[in-house]
Design a binder for this molecule. Structure first.
Ligand SMILES: Cc1ncc(COP(=O)(O)O)c(C=O)c1O
Length: 392
């Protein structure tokens, strides 16, 4: 560290240089991220309330109350107002909390297991590792939908939890949540739905008359849901969401920190100090957009998804991995050849997609920052690459 502080202008200049290699959302290069530019109003609000610390909610009673209010509002959107919940650093922390609850609620199981689809996010593997839980992964069918028979066959006396995904990481597909719920009926098994990505799209797609199967608290057996503001909620990073139907779980297995300045309280969190600013910002974003505002943004994403789907179907050499349900498009080769070379060539041209080698697909996430013009440039480059690699 230098002895004397630098002037603001100097620091800004230094930062500009040091960060010049970062990809930006507005360039259109970022085609494979589930994050996007937060809503401007959200950024403004966040800046105003950046010092609020919900790690010590007794000091920030207003912020804590606002978090509760926001949870109820989201609960209403997800089919049950009468829930509790909290905001996290993201979907990974929310899923870790869910896995911990599943394990803690079944102290009678010596070697706890959780059943999930093979398409579930890597955060479940991380959580299983940290919590010493065995994950049992159910296969997918050739169309990437969940093989329910295999899923059911993995449930046994050691199963403390099951997971369904509403908006898979690779393809944005929705697992058959109602059918999974049937497997846990009258059993002491915790049912968690990971809607980290889908949570802030699915209610609005339904309003846009898309045929969306039940995936939320309207399914009686669903015990908890992950839904992330910092993905399709246009919230600030970091902000994940974790919602639980049964409020008594917090009393049963919440952590306590007796020495806090604001007084003791029970919480689910892995972290201590926790941003209140991102939560206040998300509350403001919801107030500012309303349902109509979200619908408008999501309609644009879906229109662009439709454009990409149509164009990919017209390009020889590649095809859709499956018909998209939401704004995620999986692209694979027509002849089954590895997608890796195409991905590499696209990266050389600064198109940053997600590569899922296990499924041999590259993923485009059509977030609000993705414009039709970006997709058109991307498709032109894709066609050139396919010609160069003699795949078309
Ligand atoms: C379905 C799903 N769940 C959880 C996560 C993890 O979210 P985060 O990166 O916010 O921890 C992701 C991230 O892509 C995801 O797609």
């Amino acid at each position: 560290m230098q002895e004397e502080g630098l002037r603001k202008q100097e620091i800004l200049k230094l930062l500009e240089k040091k960060l010049q290699n970062d990809y930006t959302y507005e360039s259109g290069s970022i085609l494979g991220s589930m994050c996007t530019e937060p809503l401007d109003f959200g950024k403004e609000i966040y800046n105003k309330f950046v010092s609020k610390n919900l790690g010590d909610p007794g000091l920030f009673l207003g912020t804590a109350k606002l978090e509760e209010e926001l949870v109820k509002e989201i609960g209403e959107l997800f089919g049950c107002k009468d829930i509790i919940g909290t905001f996290t650093t993201g979907g990974s922390e929310a899923n870790l909390i869910a896995m911990r609850i599943a394990k803690k609620l079944r102290p009678d199981i010596k070697n706890p297991e959780v059943v999930l689809p093979i398409s579930a996010h890597i955060s479940f593997d991380k959580a299983a590792d940290l919590l010493d839980i065995k994950v049992r992964k159910a296969r997918l069918k050739p169309d990437f939908s969940l093989d329910l028979d295999h899923y059911e066959s993995l449930i046994n006396n050691n199963t403390c939890g099951v997971v369904g995904v509403a908006g898979t990481t690779s393809l944005g597909l929705i697992d058959p949540i109602e059918a999974i719920g049937e497997f846990t009926k009258n059993k002491d098994i915790f049912f968690h739905v990971d809607a980290a990505f889908g949570g802030f799209i699915l209610p609005f797609l339904k309003r846009l008359n898309y045929n969306i199967p039940s995936w939320d608290f309207s399914v009686e057996s669903v015990d908890s849901i992950t839904a992330d503001p910092h993905k399709m909620g246009l919230g600030l990073i970091p902000s994940g969401g974790y919602l639980v139907r049964d409020a008594s779980i917090l009393t049963k297995i919440g952590f306590q920190i007796p020495y806090l300045a604001g007084g003791n309280f029970k919480h689910f969190h892995i972290v201590g100090t926790r941003p209140g600013g991102t939560i206040i910002a998300f509350w403001a974003i919801i107030k500012s957009l309303g349902i109509k505002g979200f619908i408008k943004i999501i309609k644009k994403c879906m229109d662009n998804t439709g454009y990409l789907v149509k164009r990919i179907s017209e390009i020889s050499g590649v095809k859709l991995a499956t018909i998209p349900v939401m704004n995620i498009v999986g692209i694979t080769t027509e002849n089954g050849e590895s997608i890796c070379k195409i991905d590499e060539e696209l990266r050389n041209k600064n198109w940053m997609l997600g590569k899922f080698e296990d499924f041999n697909l590259i993923r485009v996430v059509i977030m609000p920052h993705v414009e039709k013009e970006h997709l058109s440039h991307f498709l032109n480059d894709l066609e050139l690459i396919l010609k160069k690699l003699r795949i078309s």
